[in-house]
Design a protein around this ligand. Structure first.
Ligand SMILES: *[C@@H]1O[C@H](CO)[C@@H](O)[C@H](O)[C@H]1NC(C)=O
Length: 91
């Protein structure tokens, strides 16, 4: 596994992406939105679900599920600990 401490400034986000490994993340501080398309194993990922995230939110992102994490707050950083299996990650 790898463990990443990630900080998103207000209004910033990851690209919309998926990877061939599982990911777990725990929000340490701030708030935002996780977009997760759980039915994404076909050619097109379909409509994502939006989950509000905040301190202590914990998510498992299954292998290959398309997702995006966004800091939707206008003033506070969003910080999280992301744990991914089977590095190197192919995005
Ligand atoms: C997160 O969990 C810690 C430890 O239980 C607690 O002290 C803190 O208040 C929690 N934060 C929120 C926003 O729930």
């Amino acid at each position: 596994i790898e463990v990443w401490l990630q900080t998103f400034s207000p209004g910033s986000q990851t690209p919309i992406h998926r990877h061939s490994c599982e990911e777990v993340f725990v929000v340490l501080k701030g708030s935002g939105t996780l977009y997760l398309a759980s039915d994404s194993h076909g050619k097109y990922p379909g409509q994502p679900k939006a989950f509000p995230i905040f301190a202590n939110s914990t998510f498992i992102v299954p292998v290959n599920d398309v997702h995006q994490v966004s800091n939707t707050d206008s003033s506070e950083d969003l910080q999280l600990l992301a744990i991914v299996s089977r590095p190197p990650v192919k995005v």
